[in-house]
Design a protein around this ligand. Structure first.
Ligand code: GLN
Length: 279
């Protein structure tokens, strides 16, 4: 079977299972199996593929057809132009989250040696991207999951940055210390909506998605608890679900400690981040 025939067959199988972007996924999987760039598949589209590679390809096409995310097969996701290792123990970093990271980087660059904390760090994508782009920052990251922390540590090492990781349920195990910026992309999906997510998102850890009955549990806890860990005029920055802006602003306004709250949209035009400042 040639490269071209393999790609077409792979795509047809994915299409038949209603998988999103079947053509792209069929191609990216073949690039991964053959360890070749896109250009190679185009130039050598009539080249025969070895039996072993063919077998490996279609085993994984079946996985994709069953809703396994491509990133769980390739163990890789690009975020802020870096390659992060991912598996089923962490949320796969989303392009929308880059908006949050870019905002934090912009704020951090106005500060001298800022001390920054990333809560619910998962793969470490947020903390590591900040550490990479603001080298003088002291970056801390927390997660409740040991398995997630192992991955985050591995990513920090691979990408050559220093981040202080702590296993903790939010601030529980953190020494009393104050930060210039606290950032978080917490779990924010409504508990009962998790059943209706697409098959590939359902393969991601529930722990990283489940935000309680109304999806807002973590915003309530973090907004309240963060006050003890934030300096005067420091920032609290959240990623939010597309329909959570008003609710999260209301949660923030219930505390007297915050002001100058603003939101920003993602590239799809949805409200995606909220930033507020301690007064
Ligand atoms: N953005 C993710 C999704 O839409 C959710 C991430 C989260 O809960 N923090 O599936």
């Amino acid at each position: 079977m040639t490269i071209k025939e393999t790609l077409t067959k792979g795509m047809i199988i994915l299409k038949g299972s209603n998988i999103e972007s079947p053509k792209l996924k069929a191609r990216l999987l073949l690039q991964y199996i053959l360890k070749k760039p896109r250009q190679y598949l185009i130039v050598y589209d009539n080249k025969e593929i070895e039996k072993k590679e063919q077998w490996e390809y279609f085993v994984n096409i079946e996985k994709l057809a069953n809703g396994v995310p491509l990133q769980h097969i390739t163990h890789s996701q690009e975020f802020m132009k870096m390659d992060f290792y991912v598996d089923e123990n962490v949320l796969i970093p989303r392009p929308d989250t880059e908006i949050l990271v870019e905002e934090v980087i912009k704020i951090a660059k106005t500060m001298q040696k800022p001390k920054i904390l990333d809560l619910c760090t998962g793969s470490g994508a947020i903390a590591i991207s900040i550490a990479k782009n603001v080298p003088e920052a002291e970056v801390h990251a927390i997660d409740i999951s040991s398995k997630a922390l192992e991955i985050a540590k591995k990513n920090a090492k691979n990408l050559g940055v220093k981040v202080k990781f702590t296993k903790s349920n939010l601030f529980e195990k953190l020494n009393k210390t104050k930060f210039d910026i606290i950032v978080s992309n917490p779990p924010y999906i409504k508990r009962d909506d998790i059943n209706y997510l697409s098959e590939d998102v359902k393969k991601e850890p529930e722990l990283a998605l489940n935000g309680g009955i109304d999806g807002l549990d973590f915003y309530r806890k973090i907004t309240k608890q963060a006050i003890d860990y934030l300096k005067f005029e420091s920032y609290l920055c959240f990623e939010i679900g597309y329909d959570q802006k008003d609710d999260v602003i209301e949660i923030i306004n219930q505390q007297e400690n915050y002001s100058k709250t603003y939101s920003k949209k993602d590239l799809g035009g949805n409200d995606r981040i909220i930033v507020t400042q301690v007064n």
